[in-house]
Design a protein around this ligand. Structure first.
Ligand code: SDX
Length: 425
């Protein structure tokens, strides 16, 4: 760590407090405030706007420039040249795999895609109207009841084993959530299919017909998973890290990340974008909704716009928009009214002073929903897709934290409640 220092003077404390300042390989320096508790004060940062909760080597975002790096590689280059499983390996191990490592990893994942038959019974307990995220949360947490050979979090091999299992089984479980909702039989993974083609097969295949998946849609699905694979210390990843810091098992930690992702301010936004476009209904009503989004008394937000870190275009949104174009072209739906309205909404918002002043740009969720809908994925499955894509990021951060000395995460507070008082006699 560097020798840079900060000095903090606090009214009521005689001496200024020296605090170490650390530099990363890029990005903002951090001030180590951990010693402040010894001076009887805490820092205060609701929403963690200015707080680094950890150090990490995995992903870097430059929000001002709209840059996203997975282990140093720009997301645009990975989207163009890599694939989801290679990115899973990169996030987990830190380097791109050699041809042999890639083959071994792909086989590891391929032969873990099936789930224990008992898990099929979990779904019988859910109503067919259950939201797929409710089912996914439950069944992923339940995996810890089955795979006892990957629960020792202090054993690096078992941690990687859990990572392989979770990455491999998420698409199978995601497809089972969908099949349960539509009353169709679960489809078993096919070992002769690539990861994302296999997922689409498990989603839309039936036992009555041979497997057939469009290579273009499979590639689009693979890139969508890749774009969602990791994103620094976002709310769901921070949830996974916090759960992991207690020593909880990997399956329970991922289930906690799924629960956090579900919120409409986070991973649930892609589903909310479609609902919003449906509510707008027609291009003629766009101005009305832009006004509502700017009205502080109206809870309506322009879903798919804005980001805690990006104050420029989300680089994933640009790639997502291209994929959207390609999928709609492939499906002969390039004049899709939703896509047309989304493009019009994006143009108007980007020219509006309110959005410009607040640096509100489209984020990854703005176009992902339209693309997924075009592929035939129902709106209530969008966040399940996001969770499937984000799983390698979650488990890579969990593994990174446990690979180094760590402490249980336990934030403090600014207490504003009653001071001590006696129970009435
Ligand atoms: C994801 O963290 C990640 O990395 C997340 C993610 C990932 O990959 O893990 O990137 C995935 O969650 C993307 C974000 C998806 N969410 C949405 O699209 C929901 C709509 N967006 C907003 O809810 C909001 O922009 C957030 C939650 C994304 C960011 O919220 P912040 O950082 O707390 O920003 P803020 O609410 O303080 O907004 C700053 C200003 C406010 O106005 P003022 O009080 O300054 O006048 O901008 C306004 C907000 O009212 N604003 C919006 C807006 N987003 C912010 N106004 C209208 N529409 C919006 N979408």
């Amino acid at each position: 760590m560097s020798e840079k220092k900060a000095q903090l003077s606090i009214d009521g404390i005689d001496e200024p407090i020296d605090l170490p300042v650390y530099e990363g390989s890029t990005g903002p320096d951090v001030v180590d405030v951990s010693s402040l508790v010894g001076h009887g004060v805490f820092t205060y940062d609701p929403g963690f706007m200015s707080t680094a909760a950890c150090d990490s080597d995995i992903t870097f975002i430059d929000g001002g420039k709209g840059i996203l790096l997975y282990r140093g590689y720009p997301i645009e280059q990975l989207a163009e040249k890599s694939n989801f499983l290679e990115v899973c390996y990169l996030l987990l191990h830190g380097e791109l795999p050699s041809a042999t490592e890639n083959q071994e990893f792909e086989n590891r994942i391929r032969y873990h895609t099936m789930v224990d038959e008992h898990i099929h019974r979990f779904f019988r307990g859910f109503p067919s109207s259950a939201h797929p995220m409710a089912m996914l949360c439950a069944v992923v947490g339940g995996l810890s009841a089955f795979y006892h050979d990957t629960l020792d979090i202090d054993n690096p091999e078992q941690r990687i084993g859990a990572a392989h299992r979770i990455i491999a089984k998420l698409p199978t479980l995601a497809a089972m959530c969908y099949k349960h909702g539509v009353g169709q039989p679960f489809m078993y993974p096919q070992n002769d299919m690539d990861f994302s083609a296999n997922f689409l097969h498990m989603m839309f295949g039936t036992p009555c017909e041979p497997a057939k998946v469009s290579p273009i849609l499979a590639k689009a699905m693979d890139t969508i998973f890749l774009l969602h694979a990791d994103h620094e210390q976002n709310a769901s990843t921070s949830t996974v890290r916090l759960a992991g810091s207690t020593g909880a098992n990997p399956y329970g930690c991922i289930a906690s990340g799924i629960a956090a992702l579900w919120g409409p301010a986070h991973g649930g936004a892609n589903e909310s974008v479609l609902k919003m476009l449906g509510e707008i209904g027609d291009e003629s009503r766009i101005d009305e909704f832009i006004l509502r989004a700017k009205n502080k008394d109206d809870p309506f937000r322009l879903m798919g716009f804005g980001h805690r870190v990006y104050k420029n275009f989300d680089p994933r949104a640009k790639v997502m928009r291209e994929i959207c174009d390609e999928v709609l072209e492939e499906l002969g739906a390039h004049d899709d009214p939703l896509f047309r309205m989304a493009r019009k909404l994006e143009k108007i918002a980007l020219e509006d002073e309110y959005f410009i002043e607040r640096k509100l740009y489209p984020n990854v969720d703005f176009y992902s929903g339209i693309t997924l809908k075009a592929i035939g994925i129902p709106t209530n499955m969008f966040t399940v897709i996001f969770a499937t894509g984000r799983t390698p990021g979650w488990i890579a951060h969990w593994n990174e934290m446990l690979s180094h000395p760590y402490r249980i995460g336990r934030p403090r507070q600014l207490y504003k409640g009653h001071t001590q008082r006696d129970y009435p006699a």
